[in-house]
Design a protein around this ligand. Structure first.
Ligand SMILES: *[C@@H]1O[C@H](CO)[C@@H](O)[C@H](O)[C@H]1NC(C)=O
Ligand SMILES: *[C@@H]1O[C@H](CO)[C@@H](O)[C@H](O)[C@H]1NC(C)=O
Ligand SMILES: *[C@@H]1O[C@H](CO)[C@@H](O)[C@H](O)[C@H]1NC(C)=O
Ligand SMILES: *[C@@H]1O[C@H](CO)[C@@H](O)[C@H](O)[C@H]1NC(C)=O
Ligand SMILES: *[C@@H]1O[C@H](CO)[C@@H](O)[C@H](O)[C@H]1NC(C)=O
Ligand SMILES: *[C@@H]1O[C@H](CO)[C@@H](O)[C@H](O)[C@H]1NC(C)=O
Length: 928
């Protein structure tokens, strides 16, 4: 199938010389005229002949560049802008996307953006009126850079603006710049006067310093009490224009209570990154006062050693000091703290910071250079102008690509790609000789150049040992066919209607299955070694199958699907015999029921309502109408009679409104039973993914309340009893729901009833790698289990499943971690919540859940901390719920804030010690 040249989107750009700043290019994609915005930046239309343009309603006239977009078809192509740059120079590249419902489709687009062959980012639109922004710092190595949109998963790829800002000298030099770009993740101006970002002309390079006072989900949250803004009008000695602009340095935040804390999401992370903080003393301290503080990052003890004393470090007031790290491993959710030292009279101060992620550069397909050289012969033909890499991230329309059978050592994600020239070079009006570059394509399997105006002799393709199919018919080629004699894989050779001469080598006639050389007046069949060659009309069914197979295998192989990786989570086996004695209701002994009483209440154990580790549970109703649940213990689950009654006596002392009430026991004829209050609404498990979900799914606020109730019950076990009671088998089927949909924890305090202690440890804890290593079951094992319950509440997924979590992942923890740490919380949220939740409260719980399932107990929070976090989430959710009800359609037509890749969020450092590994040699602050 021939593709119309219009779809062959070639988007080469002629960049008009920029008036205002050398090295600034500001493209207004889809725009129609040159204009200068209120910052003094000159915008030029992108002037492409391809793609379509659309207008969107933008409320603020001063943002004219956002009032148009250019969009492209949702096909398997890439659509590239090619920008001129100066080699050996560093640039900031910025792309923005304001959807504005340009296609009146309301399906928020999702697509990829790449720089050359390197996948830069996935653009996921989640709000029609929010500007998505991506920024990349790179060292130009060639005279052009191409930015390509591709791979629309939803909607159509589009772009609002594309900007290039040239840096000076060694700005943003890194020792890794040949292998890694810097993807901008956070650039924050602390203590900003208002929500407006600081950029050009305050920043001569037009970096955008986002205001810390912007209010949006997951952007700088969990700010310590006592955090105050300070500012000055005095000049700041910055010394160099590569540092933050003076305006940014003139404002700061101060932790008047001794600490500054922030939590944010780092777009693009987890991964390795570059981070700098910028300080300038802008308060006037008295003679006897001092400001000294340390950075505290959970898990990075090494970093906390250095003490910052701005005035000393910067050698004076109103001077810049900029410690930073050029290579640190960061999680997606970063929480950091500056804490004053004990001998410091003032709290910490922070003016600005920048965090960038190292993005590994993909050098492109194996024969990319050869192909580029080939197309350079035809630079005026539109099929040569698609831009970017011939194969990556998706191939040019006339190229088919294969993955290299030999895996690369690094970066298994992006295999080498080998271009195969597809049939799409047929009938392209190609003139001149067949470029000898093509013979350097070692992986070449098919060559389709038929129907052009090629002249001259056929170059020597002997090196292309994989060539299977050659179509050169209908050209004006001269010379002989000798260059094809040594191709071991050749199956199809069509050279009819040329001006070839000489004899057809007999080796070819013997070997090639499909061959046609008619219409070459001077070409004769040579001495054959007997049988006549097959000359078969080139029905290319076989070839087509081959091509399709190639494409498919290329697609499948190119991107290895991400796997949930296994890593340890430590659970701990039980400490034998947990003693609890002093709960808050002493001197109470357990009530003893008679067997007859129980038999009558349960109508001879007629209605089974559950079963668990300790036995089967039956429904019962006492004479006084009180409903009960009778747990008949399996015969081997208790030891001596005396021990049993001791244990139940202790059980009867544990009282809390969020623990299922223990009413008494019964032990007769070798049967042991525990009697509890009956809980009308079954287990949490049933509500989340059991039969009860069909009746009505519980909403997010209800789930939070259930989590709060359960957390209170567990907190009581951990702190209300001495010594603490470890539940050991916390799971959603042990959280019971009463008539009023309040939750209570059940099955607590049964430690001694278990003969085999381990059999009653939650299976998810037991199933984890570390379980057999440690012999200690602590309150932190319950915290782990509770984290799992939080993940179940978010996702509505069972903790362990063979099907739900994808390949190689059976466990909700691995699955959820993978999503949350990569920022994709949507990927795990229970669809039955129907979007009815506040994303911030969701994040809060997700992050806490991840903390709870940290590898090591000491890294997990206490139940009390978890409870507090749940309560915070509840109040957030209530506030947000009120807003949702009061104001369901929030200003559709107004653009809110710039929502950049700086999509800030929440906290939690890494998953285990390894993940947070720091190369000690670079863990010391670097003075740039
Ligand atoms: C971009 O580079 C090409 C190739 O060097 C050149 O022909 C073109 O004029 C350049 N465009 C601009 C605007 O400088
Ligand atoms: C438009 O934006 C500019 C700067 O971004 C701002 O100064 C101005 O107040 C805005 N106008 C309106 C009507 O929002
Ligand atoms: C296109 O996007 C999908 C979903 O995001 C992804 O699975 C696939 O690997 C992408 N394809 C390419 C060629 O990048
Ligand atoms: C922090 O400071 C605020 C006022 O500056 C004060 O109300 C609060 O009690 C302080 N909190 C702590 C923990 O010191
Ligand atoms: C090939 O060239 C001819 C004449 O120059 C032109 O009419 C024709 O449209 C071209 N075909 C293609 C596919 O570009
Ligand atoms: C070879 O090609 C010519 C010209 O296209 C065609 O007429 C002829 O039928 C072909 N011969 C065979 C055997 O396919």
């Amino acid at each position: 199938m021939e593709v119309s040249p219009l779809l062959l989107s070639l988007l080469l750009l002629l960049i008009p010389s920029s008036a205002q700043m050398p090295g600034f290019v500001s493209l207004d994609c889809g725009g129609e005229e040159i204009f200068t915005d209120d910052l003094g930046l000159e915008w030029t239309p992108d002037q492409l002949n391809y793609g379509e343009t659309a207008f969107i309603a933008v409320s603020n006239e001063s943002r004219k560049q956002y009032s148009t977009v250019r969009y492209f078809p949702a096909d398997p192509r890439k659509y590239c802008y090619t920008l001129n740059v100066t080699s050996r120079t560093r640039y900031l590249l910025r792309a923005t996307f304001l959807y504005g419902n340009f296609d009146t489709n309301n399906a928020y687009p999702k697509f990829d953006i790449s720089v050359g062959a390197t996948h830069w980012s996935s653009i996921v639109i989640s709000d029609a009126n929010t500007i998505e922004m991506r920024e990349l710092i790179f060292l130009a190595m060639r005279p052009t850079v191409s930015v390509c949109l591709s791979n629309a998963t939803t909607g159509q790829p589009f772009i609002s603006t594309l900007e290039l800002r040239q840096f000076n000298g060694s700005m943003y030099y890194t020792e890794f710049e040949q292998q890694f770009y810097l993807s901008v993740s956070a650039r924050i101006n602390f203590g900003a006067d208002d929500e407006a970002p600081v950029r050009y002309p305050d920043d001569p390079f037009d970096r955008i310093w986002l205001s810390d006072s912007v209010k949006k989900a997951n952007y700088l949250v969990d700010i310590a009490a006592g955090t105050k803004k300070v500012s000055t009008k005095l000049p700041i000695e910055i010394n160099s224009d590569e540092r933050p602009p003076e305006k940014v340095m003139q404002t700061a935040v101060v932790g008047t209570n001794g600490t500054l804390t922030y939590r944010l999401n780092l777009d693009g992370f987890p991964g390795f990154g570059w981070a700098f903080t910028y300080f300038a003393e802008i308060e006037d301290l008295a003679e006897d006062e001092s400001r000294k503080f340390r950075l505290v990052l959970p898990g990075y003890t090494e970093l906390s050693k250095a003490v910052v004393n701005i005035e000393e470090n910067a050698q004076g007031k109103y001077r810049l000091y900029e410690p930073g790290y050029t290579n640190l491993s960061f999680p997606f959710v970063l929480s950091f703290k500056f804490g004053k030292t004990s001998d410091s009279s003032r709290g910490p101060l922070l003016n600005a910071m920048e965090i960038n992620k190292y993005l590994e550069i993909n050098d492109g397909s194996q024969d990319g250079g050869v192909i580029s050289s080939f197309v350079s012969h035809y630079s005026s033909a539109d099929w040569t102008l698609e831009g970017g890499d011939p194969c990556l991230p998706v191939p040019w329309s006339w190229v088919e690509c294969n993955s290299n059978p030999q895996p690369r050592i690094f970066g298994a994600d992006d295999d080498f790609c080998i271009p195969l020239l597809g049939r799409k070079l047929s009938s392209k009006n190609i003139t001149g000789n067949i470029p000898s570059d093509l013979t350097k394509l070692n992986g070449l399997e098919e060559l389709w150049l038929d129907g052009n105006s090629l002249t001259g002799t056929i170059p020597d393709f002997t090196g292309c040992v994989d060539l299977k199919i050659i179509h050169l018919e209908n050209n004006q080629l001269t010379g002989g066919l000798s260059s094809f004699t040594n191709l071991p894989s050749l199956k199809e050779l069509y050279v009819q209607n040329n001006m070839l001469s000489g004899t057809v080598p007999s080796g070819l006639l013997d070997k090639v299955v499909n061959m046609n050389y008619t219409g070459n007046v001077n070409l004769r069949k040579g001495k054959t070694s007997g049988s006549r060659t097959n000359i078969i009309i080139g029905t290319s069914v076989g070839a087509a199958v081959l091509v399709i197979a190639t494409i498919v295998s290329g697609l499948l192989l190119r991107k290895g699907r991400k796997k949930c990786y296994e890593h340890d989570q430590l659970g701990h086996p039980p400490a034998q015999g947990i003693h609890f004695s002093k709960c808050d209701a002493p001197n109470e002994s357990a009530h003893c029921f008679s067997y007859a009483e129980i038999e009558e209440a349960t109508r001879k154990f007629e209605k089974k309502i559950g079963s668990g580790g300790f036995g089967v549970v039956y429904y019962g109703k006492m004479k006084d109408e009180k409903e009960i649940a009778v747990k008949v213990l399996t015969s081997n689950s208790y030891q001596g009679k005396r021990e049993f009654s001791n244990e139940v006596t202790l059980l009867s002392r544990i009282h809390h409104r969020n623990l299922v009430q223990f009413l008494g026991y019964c032990q007769e004829d070798g049967r042991s039973m525990l009697i509890y209050e009956f809980m009308h609404n079954g287990t949490l498990k049933e509500h989340l993914y059991g039969p009860l979900t069909h009746e009505q799914s519980i909403n997010w606020i209800k789930r939070l309340e259930i989590a709060e109730d359960a957390a209170k019950g567990i907190e009581y076990l951990h702190t209300g009893c001495v010594p603490a009671i470890i539940h050991r088998d916390l799971k959603s089927s042990n959280i019971l729901i009463d008539k009023h949909m309040r939750a209570k924890v059940s099955d607590f305090g049964l430690s001694k009833l278990a003969v085999d202690g381990a059999s009653h440890v939650s299976s998810i804890v037991r199933g984890t790698v570390g379980y057999y290593i440690s012999q200690q079951l602590t309150d932190k094992s319950d915290v782990y289990s509770f984290g799992v319950i939080l993940l179940e509440l978010i996702s509505g997924q069972e903790a362990i499943s063979n099907e739900n979590f994808g390949v190689n992942c059976r466990n909700i923890v691995q699955w959820a971690k993978l999503h949350i740490e990569s920022g994709d919380i949507q990927g795990i949220i229970d669809p039955s919540l129907d979007g009815e939740y506040d994303i911030q409260s969701m994040w809060k719980i997700a992050e806490k859940a991840l903390m709870c399932v940290q590898a090591h107990g000491f890294m997990r929070p206490s139940m009390s901390e978890v409870l507090k976090e749940i309560q915070d989430a509840i109040s957030m959710e209530r506030d947000a719920g009120a807003v949702r009800e009061g104001n369901s359609d929030i200003s559709r037509n107004s653009i809110h804030s710039i929502h950049s890749s700086l999509n800030m969020g929440s906290l939690d450092l890494g998953r285990n010690d390894n993940f947070l590994s720091i190369d000690e040699s670079v863990a010391r602050p670097t003075a740039r």
